[in-house]
Ligand binder design. Structure first.
Ligand SMILES: Nc1ncnc2c1ncn2[C@@H]1O[C@H](COP(=O)(O)OP(=O)(O)OP(=O)(O)O)[C@@H](O)[C@H]1O
Ligand SMILES: [Mg+2]
Length: 215
């Protein structure tokens, strides 16, 4: 196993010729909890999608949990996206993602993500369909379904893109507590505009000008 759980070197990424990541390098140790701050539009979500193996950089080296091929990287990473990333399927399928997960574990994940009560109240429970791109659930419910998915995946690297941004303050607090359980012992990158919610274990980084530096 390599020394760093995340090792990015000289990453460039553009959308239709508009550069967003410009020679970005970042090294995160195994088990480190990293908080990423930065202005809206600076490229934080783009960076996470590269780290998740969803986007390939135009140039540069990506190594995540010892893997460099996007398909392998995707197996090592659980991501809670900022925008709704649900499939037009049941809540159960959205959490298990085709893996054989026991009913008990599914409900434990729902409990930790604070959706158990809501799911239980639905006539079809876990088999309720979330609609096209999750349009039949609220933004906050969609975020928590993604958190339950991440809990079940039990990946060594956890990527969180403002995971409580769509939640009211009290629910946000509860979900942040649940996330502590998900992230314990894992390598974590947590993008947030509210570093005060992260807690003392986080090393803070700032994204600016297409690069990441220590905050
Ligand atoms: N699919 C896309 N096509 C074209 N441009 C895009 C696309 N996605 C993002 N961008 C642009 O790339 C830049 C970085 O976007 P990104 O979503 O990574 O920012 P961010 O730091 O996550 O912002 P926020 O804090 O608002 O979530 C922005 O200027 C955005 O408009
Ligand atoms: Mg973003």
């Amino acid at each position: 196993m390599c020394q760093y759980a995340i090792d990015l070197e000289d990453i460039f990424y553009s959308y239709e010729g508009q550069p967003v990541l410009k020679k970005l390098s970042l090294k995160i140790r195994q088990g480190e909890h990293a908080g990423i701050l930065g202005d809206s539009g600076c490229g934080k979500s783009t960076l996470l999608k590269i780290l998740a193996g969803l986007y390939e950089p135009d140039n540069g080296k990506v190594m995540v949990a010892g893997m460099d091929a996007p398909k392998r990287i995707r197996e090592q990473v659980a991501i809670v996206m900022q925008q709704n990333s649900l499939f037009p399927m049941s809540i159960r399928d959205n959490i298990s993602c085709g893996h054989d997960i026991s009913e008990k574990r599914l409900w434990e994940a729902c409990e930790s993500a604070r959706i158990a009560q809501w799911v239980d109240s639905l006539p079809d429970g876990l088999d309720t369909c979330v609609g096209e791109r999750g349009n039949q659930v609220s933004g906050g419910q969609a975020q928590r379904i993604q958190i339950a998915r991440a809990i079940c995946k039990d990946a060594p690297v956890i990527l969180l893109d403002e995971p409580v941004s769509a939640l009211d303050r009290d629910t946000g607090r509860l979900v942040l507590c649940a996330l502590q359980k998900l992230t314990a012992g894992k390598t974590v990158i947590h993008v947030t505009h509210h570093p005060e919610t992260l807690g003392g274990t986080y090393v803070l980084y700032r994204m600016e000008g297409g690069r990441v530096t220590h905050a």
